[in-house]
Design a protein around this ligand. Structure first.
Ligand code: GUN
Length: 307
């Protein structure tokens, strides 16, 4: 029997799914403005000059404005003290127009500020990154809260394309607070049987071969090889790795999975770019909308990803 898949694999379209979310958020914001006379607002703090972080933050600002949200960007020098960053957070905590606060990570290498301490100063009700320990605890406990955007985007895609994940064996590779740990808990809350793998995991290939779903969040280009995959598995590739082209000054993006090999084996896969990437900001906008409603004791509208 061939190890290759029998049918053409599903290419999970994050561009399309994220557009659907943004269109929906835009309509919900119009409804909120008309019914309750407010507009949700997102404040983003960028410390330092990292070019990739600047692009991410500009995209967050652009997409917030496109859906009709208020958007504020605060740029602080890389050498800003922890106190300076925390003072900015406290101002935003007490600003009633601000519903969501996000500090772009990672902080610059030369920064003396502690990420953990800075995040702990954000009002958990405005923590649209879902990184505050209160929101992390709610996720682990299966309670409602604000949860990190990238893993929420992964879950949206999985539920949109496969609705019921119950009983599936899910392997999460990578144990970051931003992706690995939250997606593992989200999948557990969906009744998956979850395994977490990381740099010290023994026999990763064996773990991959048993997985119905793999979420790869490692940050190493094309690390997961196609012959590690179970036939008909579902691959969610969170990696965005820039590769310089050998024959020109240009570059291109690849994921953590060997895409060209994987599409011959798997049932479905997220491409890079155009898979998980666009879902992050869409999920952040959903979180900001939710935070804006919950802060005002309004029932937050729920996006129906099956529609
Ligand atoms: N850097 C990369 N992804 C993220 C994210 O989702 N939130 C924050 N704050 N920083 C990031």
């Amino acid at each position: 029997m061939s190890a290759e898949n029998d049918a053409t694999p599903i290419i999970i379209n994050g561009k399309k799914s994220s557009q659907k979310i943004r269109d929906w958020v835009k309509i919900e914001i119009i409804k909120l403005r008309e019914s309750y006379n407010f507009i949700p607002g997102l404040a983003v703090i960028l410390v330092g000059e990292d070019p990739a972080s600047k692009i991410y933050v500009n995209n967050k600002e652009k997409q917030s404005l496109e859906v009709g949200m208020n958007s504020w960007k605060y740029r602080l020098p890389a050498e800003s003290s922890e106190k300076k960053i925390i003072d900015q957070i406290h101002k935003l905590n007490s600003d009633d127009l601000v519903d969501g606060i996000l500090v772009q990570l990672p902080l610059p290498e030369k920064s003396s500020a502690s990420e953990r301490l800075i995040i702990s100063e954000i009002n958990p009700d405005k923590d649209v990154d879902g990184l505050h320990i209160i929101n992390a605890g709610k996720l682990v406990s299966g309670e409602n809260g604000l949860f990190p955007a990238t893993p929420s985007g992964c879950l949206h895609l999985l539920r949109e394309y496969f609705s019921d994940l119950s009983g599936k064996k899910a392997l999460v590779i990578g144990r970051s607070n931003l992706v690995g740990k939250p997606i593992a808990n989200m999948l557990l809350n969906q009744n998956c049987t979850v395994t977490m793998a990381h740099s010290k995991t023994k026999n990763l290939i064996n773990e991959c071969r048993q997985a119905d779903i793999i979420v790869a969040a490692i940050g190493i280009p094309e690390f997961i090889k196609s012959d590690w995959l179970k036939k008909e598995s579902i691959i969610i590739d969170v990696g965005i790795n820039r590769i310089e082209n050998s024959n020109s000054s240009k570059s291109h993006l690849v994921g953590d999975v060997d895409y060209q090999g994987a599409i011959k084996i798997c049932k479905a896969i997220t491409p890079v770019p155009g898979g998980v990437g666009p879902m992050t900001i869409a999920s952040l906008l959903l979180n900001t909308l939710k935070a804006a409603c919950v802060r005002r004791n309004l029932e937050p509208p729920i996006f129906d990803f099956t529609s």
